[in-house]
Design a protein around this ligand. Structure first.
Ligand SMILES: [Zn+2]
Length: 210
């Protein structure tokens, strides 16, 4: 009888262990799928979603189709071709410089950006947990600046470039202390776009008074 009880207890323990492993795997898969759907809603390309979720591209295509079936084609754009690569989108205008700085600030705040530079951010950065924080930063930014033309993939490019630390330098505005993203290749004063504009306005004002 004792032997029988022992065997039953062992069986229950084994079943409990298997359920726990299965539950953990189920939760991990669910997280991947949820992140993929979130990125589809932000019009990320299939290969970007594969990188961050670890899901194969045929699964992403199925998910995209089910997303369209549920929400209608009007509500999601499927971008094709390579992801944005040009960094000029972050420096073209005072506004784009401000937007890049604000996005970088948010990404540091939400720990999307690492505190050290990385040799190979495209390999080291993507993970489901960081992908969730990336979406959170982007969604928060869209709430603050709904008219932005920055896409989630622009944010991915920004995060990768800042993490590598070769093209961009993140520093503080010499005047107001705000976040500034500087192009290492350009000789610019380390002020934010807002302070630059303000100084320009004051100088113009002084010249017209003279
Ligand atoms: Zn400033």
């Amino acid at each position: 009888m004792l032997c029988h009880n022992f065997a039953a207890a062992q069986l229950i323990r084994a079943q409990h262990g298997a359920m726990r492993v299965w539950g953990e795997r189920y939760n991990r898969d669910l997280q991947r799928y949820n992140l993929a759907l979130r990125m589809i809603a932000h019009e990320a390309r299939t290969h970007t979603i594969c990188d961050w979720t670890g899901l194969p591209d045929d699964r992403i295509r199925h998910l995209y189709q089910s997303y369209v079936d549920e929400h209608g084609k009007r509500h999601v754009l499927r971008r094709r071709g390579p992801s944005p690569q040009s960094l000029t989108v972050f420096f073209g205008t005072a506004r784009s410089r401000s937007e890049a700085a604000a996005l970088v600030g948010l990404c540091y705040l939400l720990e999307v950006l690492p505190t050290r530079t990385l040799d190979d951010p495209r390999r080291e950065l993507p993970s489901v947990a960081r992908g969730e924080r990336l979406c959170e930063a982007y969604e928060m930014y869209r709430q603050l600046v709904p008219e932005t033309s920055m896409t989630l993939e622009h944010l991915v490019l920004l995060v990768m470039t800042v993490s590598q630390g070769q093209e961009f330098e993140v520093t503080q505005c010499a005047s107001c202390g705000g976040v500034v993203v500087l192009d290492r290749g350009a000789l610019r004063r380390g002020d934010c776009a807002h302070c630059n504009e303000h100084r320009h306005f004051i100088n113009e004002g002084c010249q017209s008074i003279r």
